[in-house]
Write a protein that binds this ligand. Structure first.
Ligand code: WT7
Length: 683
């Protein structure tokens, strides 16, 4: 195989196919011909999974005996206290169990094991604060800090299986809080700092949390944002009587309200605690964490993850997808409030003994060169971020060339990653050329909160790349595209993305909602396959997957997952003003999608300044109900919503109106065509 990026002949799916490349038209699809980016020779040479044949061998191994393949990896990647004797138990499908009689501890695997392997003095976390201050924490120190906090949790009566909510800024302390829960077998539920008191309350109540770990404030982009005050407000809303203690990390030292019977400073509580703490050895199926995420109905789902299977998936995907070696410096820019921050900050990199950067701030502060400066300063080798960040930085560069990556030395980079939403080919090409200097493969990783880790992704030393495509399933992931009765659709024809076989990192259930778990992910008509909720299409020549977007009422705004029904419920809960609301997504060049709300007020339909004023009020209402990330960008008012004669809201029509598109749909079944003109008016 030639590897100069001008010609690639690769074996895919057992078939050998040739791809010619013309200069200036790399990695694009033109006149039925597909041009791929070849795997760069130096990347292939040192890769854990080196070359397409190595990838295919793994796929064949999993194909021959799925559960034996995962059992082999579980023995290689995880240290067990008591080894498991059975790999997959599917007797109660879809409640699958993996490695069930094995016992282990995640924090032991991430910390003690690295120290025992001689990595005690290796930097585990290189933390850069919002203001640029840098601190380094070694594996030994991280272990000691985790043990001290774990001892505090135990001393305050937190037991195995208890739930602890973590509402924290991006910090070493946030990672320590998650690891400390894992150490004592407490199930954590991290809530993103951008959620409101109401959302936090709902999640605390849903999880039945006994403790909250938070910070006085978070510091992002030079701004101080309250956390502890929101925890107080959430508890005051009621329903969280189980919460006995609030542990507060002092980040900014701001003045905060204090409840002596409930609140404890983290630094005071951990002082004098021993640096050691016996891990709680738990069964492989013990719930390591819950993470609430949006679904197509109003109420967020508490996605429940396991201990053994999850840790395995985190460790093996971190190692293979990012091809991490001992001297790499990995940086995942996600927040620990999302699943990416769980799997690729708090667990995966530590489980394989890597050095990683943890960043408190935002990509545009003090200027839009911040990411590039940090890559340069810390000699980052593997960089993992979201398309929305890339697109906003491209925009920043066009406004001010000083933020262009070319002004920084990014030669340390080997591999780039993308996550959270589809990456459009133009953003991919820019990322590849200007950040990766044309030499770094981009792994476009498709996965979900529910999947635990990567599902469909290139492996950098094996998979030729096609911009905009997440390429091929991770070895051991039985991804497929089917129609609405579960039959395979031919390549080149779109359908629903499913996973035909269980995998170790998968969601175990929705917390306290087993039936909803079955209905949402294993609908009867789909032959027992896992339904991802995304549409996908597979290319005929390469077998590569491209994700075409959600097939349910879930939006993706700047990589944040939001349910349209959730926002609608928030709007109509403003009972003083709102009679009815419908929310749809509008494609957006930078954020992927934006939120558009169509609202019918109880009073007369407002226009002009009055409409603007009410729209602003409703925006801040949604901000209070859910969080600033859910505020609709565009709010429009009508005397009614477009409905069919049977009263069904015509959402497809609303999506066209939101895009300011001429209406081409058949509106003959529309009962009230007069409202269309009203809804086209922007405020
Ligand atoms: C949804 C899951 C994956 C962790 C962060 C988001 C979309 C995610 C990709 C990708 C196209 C993607 C899907 C998916 N998505 N990654 N590489 N290409 N779409 O996790 O909040 O659970 O959202 O994000 O629509 O279903 P999440």
């Amino acid at each position: 195989m030639k590897t100069n990026g001008h010609d690639a002949t690769v074996a895919l799916g057992g078939k050998v196919q040739g791809f010619a490349e013309n200069d200036g038209a790399k990695g694009t699809k033109a006149s039925g011909e597909i041009r791929l980016y070849a795997v760069p020779e130096p990347v292939m040479k040192r890769a854990h999974v080196s070359g397409m044949s190595a990838y295919e061998e793994l796929v064949a191994e999993a194909g021959a005996d799925h559960s034996a393949y995962w059992a082999r990896l579980a023995r290689e990647f995880v240290t067990w206290k008591r080894p498991f004797t059975q790999s997959l138990d599917d007797s109660e499908a879809p409640f699958f169990k993996w490695f069930e009689d094995g016992t282990l501890n995640v924090s032991y695997n991430c910390l003690d094991r690295q120290v025992e392997r001689g990595l005690g003095d290796k930097v585990a976390i290189l933390f850069e604060a919002d203001d640029g201050q840098v601190s380094r924490v070694t594996y030994s120190e991280l272990l000691a800090r985790t043990c001290r906090l774990a001892n505090v949790l135990r001393a305050r009566g937190v037991k195995k299986g208890d739930r602890v909510v973590i509402y924290m800024s991006m910090s070493v302390e946030g990672v320590v809080a998650m690891q400390a829960c894992a150490r004592i077998g407490a199930t954590h539920s991290v809530v993103f700092g951008g959620f409101s008191a109401q959302s936090l309350r709902d999640r605390m109540e849903g999880a039945g949390a006994v403790m909250v770990i938070t910070a006085d404030e978070q510091l992002r982009g030079g701004k101080q944002l309250p956390l502890k005050a929101i925890v107080d407000e959430a508890i005051a809303l009621g329903g969280c009587d189980a919460v006995k203690d609030v542990i507060v990390y002092k980040r900014t030292g701001a003045k905060i309200a204090w409840h002596p019977s409930r609140d404890h400073w983290m630094h005071e509580a951990t002082e004098g605690q021993p640096d050691t703490c016996e891990p709680e050895w738990v069964g492989a199926e013990h719930p390591l964490f819950l993470l609430y995420t949006s679904g197509s109905t109003g109420k967020p789902k508490g996605v429940q993850h396991s201990t053994g299977g999850y840790l395995l998936h985190a460790a093996v995907t971190t190692k293979w997808t990012f091809d991490l070696h001992d001297n790499d410096v990995f940086w995942c820019t996600a927040d620990i409030g999302w699943v990416t921050g769980h799997t690729y900050i708090a667990y995966g990199p530590l489980a394989i003994g890597a050095t990683q950067v943890v960043f408190e701030g935002v990509p545009t502060y003090p200027d839009a060169g911040r990411f590039w400066k940090m890559i340069q300063d810390h000699k980052v080798t593997v960089f993992y971020t979201a398309p929305t960040a890339i697109r906003s930085l491209i925009k920043a560069v066009s406004a001010n060339d000083a933020a262009h990556p070319k002004h920084y030395d990014l030669s340390s980079l080997r591999i780039l990653g993308s996550v959270g939403e589809p990456i459009n080919p133009a953003a991919w090409e820019w990322y590849h050329a200007h950040v990766g200097g044309g030499r770094c493969p981009i792994v476009d990783t498709f996965w979900q909160t529910e999947t635990g880790g990567h599902m469909i992704t290139p492996l950098p030393g094996a998979t030729p790349l096609l911009p905009g495509s997440c390429t091929l399933p991770f070895p051991g992931i039985a991804a497929a595209i089917v129609d609405d009765i579960g039959n395979d659709v031919p390549d080149g024809q779109g359908g629903m993305l499913v996973v035909k076989k269980p995998w170790p990192g998968m969601i175990r259930t929705i917390w306290n909602e087993d039936e909803r778990f079955k209905d949402s992910y294993f609908p009867r008509e789909l032959k027992g396959y896992y339904l991802a909720g995304d549409g996908a299409i597979r290319d005929e020549a390469t077998g590569y997957f491209t994700i075409t977007g959600r097939i349910d009422d879930v939006l993706n705004v700047s990589g944040h997952r939001m349910g349209t029904m959730e926002i609608e419920s928030a709007l109509v809960s403003c009972t003083e003003l709102v009679a009815e609301a419908a929310v749809v997504g509008r494609p957006d060049e930078t954020t992927g999608e934006t939120i558009c709300a169509f609202v019918v007020l109880k009073g007369p339909r407002p226009t002009g300044d009055a409409a603007k004023k009410i729209a602003a009020e409703l925006r801040s209402w949604v901000g209070k109900e859910i969080g600033p990330i859910a505020k609709p960008k565009d709010i429009r008012f009508g005397d009614n919503l477009p409905k069919t004669r049977s009263g069904k809201i015509m959402r497809r029509l609303l999506r066209s109106i939101a895009k300011d598109e001429p209406i081409t749909q058949d509106i003959s079944t529309l009962e009230n065509p007069a409202v269309l003109d009203q809804l086209m008016e922007r405020n």
